[in-house]
Design a binder for this molecule. Structure first.
Ligand code: HEC
Length: 140
């Protein structure tokens, strides 16, 4: 029994990339596995709006991370035009996002990660130069 906290601690420091479904999911890993096929992080876009501008829209629309993350989770479960916070033009251009078949823990983790991609120092979230200043890649 005494060893369990040590194991948990190790997992928190270096989450195994793909097969971590039983532990707290890592938002970035969830993104890479389930979202990066459509979403780039910064410009140019793939087949969906890049994450940094989306994060800055969410920061403008929601005052707290909890509210923003909750809305994102609800949206990802069943995307709709009326719940969308992005420019309606994005929906005309890319279509509506398909519903994500992920568990709540993964959706919350990835939504929290998306929220954190907002970087007030990079030209109001235009996506230029974002990605620097993150230090969660130490395990790779
Ligand atoms: C098949 C392509 C595709 C995948 C996979 C995908 N998305 Fe999207 N996503 C889109 C498109 C297209 C839009 C823009 C239209 C819209 O908002 O529905 C979008 C919009 C969004 C938005 C803005 C929602 C809003 O308020 O309008 C967020 C946040 C988002 N995606 C997060 C994610 C996350 C996180 C994942 C992975 C769990 C993901 N997406 C996977 C295509 C995709």
């Amino acid at each position: 029994m005494k060893r369990i906290p040590i194991i948990i601690f190790t997992l928190l420091l270096c989450p195994p990339a793909a097969e971590s479904a039983t532990t707290n999911p890592d938002g970035k890993a969830v993104f890479e596995k389930n979202c990066s096929i459509c979403h780039s992080i910064t410009l140019p876009p793939k087949s969906a709006p890049p994450i940094v501008p989306v994060a800055s829209i969410y920061h403008r629309q929601f005052t707290t991370k909890t509210a923003g993350v909750n809305h994102m989770v609800t949206f990802m479960k069943s995307p709709s035009k009326s719940a969308s916070k992005v420019d309606p033009e994005a929906i005309s251009r890319f279509g509506l996002m398909p519903a994500m078949e992920l568990g709540d823990a993964e959706l919350k983790a990835v939504a929290g990660w998306v929220w954190d991609q907002y970087n007030p120092n990079t030209g109001k979230g235009m996506g230029m130069g974002a990605g620097s200043g993150q230090s969660s890649d130490d395990c790779r």
